[in-house]
Each structure stands twice: as structure tokens, then as C-alpha cells.
Design a protein around this ligand. Structure first.
Ligand code: GDP
Ligand code: MG
Length: 454
């Protein structure tokens, strides 16, 4: 995807606002990206149409290409659709988010019902959530397996309970799932438990028998949370699963497992779109600590695979004073790109994380960075030194580099702590840049970087 979008960017040229053509070109690639990320087709169609309408006419930040701008708009829309960002910026963000994710507001013992297809990760997630509730929220937790089909599944939950150091409802053979649920709630009350997890049996496919069973259990135990656990690798099937479960059960949220796998997380978007349910947790591994509070921003980046471009656009819009950029672009066009302008550009590049940071963020820049490194490198230290040279010049010298004679160069070198040779190098770079900018007819970051690489 990165390469494809890289090409799209190359084909778009900088203008004031996003045209319909800009948007359509970029959206075609976005559509493919979403499908590749396993977002269901109807969801992709709706989403693309919505963003297309919003994006046309949107202002483009100077020195960012329209294609990149579209990616940013798409990313924002994805985050929005996935459920917004986590509010807190502090270090406890993760913990705070997790705490808000489960409704524990009821008289204990509170039931939490785990539903989903077989192998989706219900049992594992029960263990993970139990550990989290015990450790972080100091809750007394009981795990109960309602999987009457597979004795091994019951033992699996028993082992997880041991690992998480939480209670486990003893196995009694021959009871129905509903009977076990009743017994679990009774035991929960008797044993002074805060939370009882009801880990239901899955089926390989959705059927009425499964739904009736889980529905009856929900009626009986009145869970504060009924979580649909789904495998993020299921892709296109996710929509059907989510729809069917949501029709029959009072679901309160989604848990997406195996997000550590190869899937791009598109199932999350599909399931969210068709159910409107909040995604609460992500399963990130087989072990009990493989649980994350859902973070829309992170998942949007994963689905789009363009997280770096998004952050580049954000940084650029933050730091580049648009007016200033416009003014120097105008000057460059007229061939009046002076050393003061160069100093400003160098400063902006430092703010944006230096050449290294900048290049890492741009698609297709890895190769150029290698070339640069081989040629002695353009690092942040160099940016500072180049700026220092310019700052050792008088205003007149900066505006009119043609004034530069040997004596002036010597003075500037001494003033900036650099050699005359380095002053010459900088002047040469400036000359090449202003030549190129005259040719290009536009300036900005992309132009500067090309020059420095060339
Ligand atoms: P259940 O049938 O819904 O109860 O599913 P299980 O909890 O038994 O999980 C099925 C398999 O998926 C097990 O081998 C788990 O270890 C594995 N699993 C569950 N969640 C995750 C996850 O988030 N990441 C990975 N990599 N594996 C997981
Ligand atoms: Mg299970």
C-alpha cells in the first residue's frame, strides 16, 4: 500500500484545495487499502463515499501533497468511526481507558457474559480480563465455564484461573449451560465475589441452538456486560457474525482477538459499523497479559498502514506557518530564495524531527536517506551547523549571497566555528537550491529535500 499511495502522491501537484480529481485518485487507493485490511465491502463503500464528499474542497496545507492530505482526512474519519480517541494523555491512559471500558455498576456478584464463535478467544479473554480486574481494580473474580460440549475447554479455563490467581467454579458433569450459570451466580454470592465470568461454549457456525442457549443465560444472569469476542483475522465473515449475534443478544461491546496476527484489523471497522457497538478490548497475544484497551487512533493507523504520513501531515500543519511558507514560495519562484529563507527552512526541518525523522516518515525516502548517509549524511547536527553559518552573516549578506568574498567567508567561518570550506558548501547548496526552485516554480519542503538528496 505504501508504494501505491506514494505513486498517487507523485501524480498530484500542490494546489490550494483538494479537487474532485485529487480526492477520487486517492480514494481509489484508500478503497483498495481498506479491502486489503479486510474491511467488509459494503462498509468500505459507505465509508469511501462519506469521506469523498467531505474531502473535496478541503484546504491543503502548503508543502503537503493533496494525496497525503486525503490520507489524513481518511484517518480522522476512521478514528471517528471506530469510536474516537482516548481522552487522557497521561501515563495512566491505558489503565484509565480499561477501567472505563467495563460496566461494573451493579450489585455484586456482577455477571459478564462472553459470547462468540468457537475458537474466537472467549476463554482466553475471560482469563485476561479476570487477571486485569483482580490486579488493577482489586476485584474478586470467579471464572465459570459453560462449555458443556468440551471437557477440555473447562479444564483450559481452570488452568487460566490458576494462572490469573482468581476463583474457578468447580466442574460438575452432566449440567446444562444454564444450570452452570445459575450455580455460578449462586457461588459468586456465597463466596463474596465481585465479578463472575460466564464463558459460554462456541459453535463453529452460528445456529439457533447456540443463540437460544446464550439468550437464556443472559435473561437469567442479567450481565452488565455481554461481550462478543471475535477473531480479527476472520475478515469478511466478521460482518455476518456480528450482525447475527447482535440480533439475538443484548451485546454491550466487542473484543477483537489476535490483533497480534497478520490481520490488519479491518474486521473491527466492519463489526463496529454494522452493530454500532463500542470496541472495548483488543487481544494481543496468547498469554494472559496480551490485552489492550481499544484505541481508535492506533487501530486506524493499522488499518490504513499510513500512520507515518498522518503524523507528518500533523507535524507540518503544526509547525509551518502557512503565510511564511507562501511568501517564501513566491520568492523562490522569482528566484529570490535568499539565505534567510534557507535558514528558516532548516529551522522548520529541525522542528519536524530533522532529516532523519522526516525521511523515515515519507514513503520511498529510505533509499534517498541511504544515499545521503553514504555521501557523508545529512543529520540534525549538520542542520544546526548550517543554520549557525547563516546566522553569522549580516542581513545584507543573507539577502545578497553574491557579496560573499574571501574575507567575508573567513569572518563568517570564524563566527560560526566552522571552516571556510563548509561555508562554501553551504553557499553552493543555496545556489543549487535557488536554481532548482526557479525551475520547479514552487518551493517548500519537498523541493528542499529533493535538492539535498540530489
Ligand atoms: P474460545 O473457543 O472462543 O474459547 O477460544 P480460546 O480462548 O480457546 O482461543 C482459541 C485459540 O486462540 C487459543 O489457542 C488461544 O491461545 C488463541 N488466542 C486467543 N486470543 C488470542 C490473541 O489475542 N492472540 C493470539 N495470538 N492468540 C489468541
Ligand atoms: Mg472456550
Amino acid at each position: 500500500l505504501g508504494d501505491k499511495l506514494g505513486n498517487v502522491f507523485d501524480n498530484l501537484t500542490g494546489r490550494g484545495a483538494l479537487s474532485e480529481k485529487d480526492v477520487n485518485t486517492a480514494m481509489r487507493e484508500i478503497r483498495v487499502a481498506l479491502l486489503e485490511a479486510d474491511v467488509a465491502l459494503p462498509v468500505v463503500k459507505d465509508f469511501v463515499e462519506k469521506v469523498r464528499r467531505e474531502a473535496v474542497g478541503e484546504k491543503v496545507i502548503k508543502s503537503i501533497k493533496p494525496g497525503q492530505m486525503v490520507v489524513k482526512i481518511v484517518n480522522d474519519a476512521l478514528i471517528d468511526m471506530l469510536g474516537g480517541t482516548l481522552s487522557d494523555e497521561d501515563a495512566d491512559k491505558e489503565e484509565a481507558a480499561k477501567a472505563n471500558l467495563l460496566n461494573l455498576q451493579a450489585r455484586p456478584p456482577i455477571a459478564i457474559l462472553m459470547a462468540g464463535l468457537q475458537g474466537s478467544g472467549k476463554t482466553t479473554t475471560s482469563g485476561k480480563l479476570a487477571l486485569y480486574l483482580r490486579k488493577s481494580l482489586k476485584k474478586k473474580v470467579l471464572l465459570a465455564s459453560l462449555d458443556t460440549n468440551r471437557p477440555a475447554a473447562m479444564e483450559q479455563l481452570g488452568m487460566l484461573a490458576k494462572q490469573a490467581d482468581v476463583g474457578f467454579l468447580p466442574i460438575v458433569q452432566g449440567q446444562s449451560a444454564l444450570d452452570i450459570a445459575k450455580r455460578a451466580m449462586k457461588e459468586g454470592a456465597k463466596g463474596g465475589y465481585d465479578v463472575v465470568f460466564l464463558d459460554t461454549a462456541g459453535r463453529t457456525t452460528i445456529n439457533d441452538e447456540l443463540m437460544d442457549e446464550v439468550e437464556a443465560i443472559a435473561k437469567e444472569t442479567k450481565p452488565t456486560e455481554t461481550l462478543l469476542v471475535a477473531d480479527s483475522l476472520t475478515g469478511q465473515d466478521a460482518v455476518e457474525t456480528a450482525k447475527r449475534f447482535n440480533e439475538r443478544l443484548p451485546l454491550t461491546g466487542l473484543v477483537l482477538t489476535r490483533i497480534d496476527g497478520d490481520g490488519r484489523g479491518g474486521a473491527a471497522l466492519s463489526m463496529r459499523a454494522v452493530t454500532g457497538l463500542p470496541i472495548k478490548f483488543l487481544g494481543t497475544g496468547e498469554k494472559l497479559d496480551g490485552l489492550e484497551a481499544f484505541d481508535a487512533e492506533r487501530l486506524a493507523g493499522r488499518i490504513l498502514g499510513q500512520g507515518d504520513i498522518v503524523s507528518l501531515v500533523e507535524k507540518a500543519s503544526e509547525f509551518i506557518n502557512e503565510k511564511e511558507a507562501a511568501a517564501s514560495a513566491e520568492k523562490m519562484r522569482k528566484g529570490q530564495f535568499d539565505l534567510d529563507d534557507l535558514a528558516k527552512q532548516l529551522g522548520q526541518m529541525q522542528k519536524m524531527g530533522g532529516m532523519g525523522g522526516l525521511m523515515k516518515m515519507l514513503p520511498g525516502m529510505g533509499k534517498m536517506k541511504k544515499q545521503l548517509d553514504a555521501a557523508g549524511g545529512v543529520d540534525d547536527q549538520l542542520l544546526k551547523q548550517q543554520q549557525a553559518i547563516i546566522y553569522s552573516m549580516t542581513m545584507e549578506e543573507r539577502r545578497n549571497p553574491g557579496l560573499m568574498k574571501a574575507s567575508r567567508k573567513k569572518r563568517i567561518a570564524a563566527g560560526s566555528g566552522m571552516s571556510v570550506q563548509e561555508v562554501n558548501k553551504l553557499l553552493k547548496m543555496h545556489r543549487q537550491m535557488s536554481d532548482m526552485m526557479k525551475k520547479m516554480g514552487k518551493g517548500g519542503m519537498a523541493g528542499l529535500m529533493q535538492q539535498m538528496g540530489g
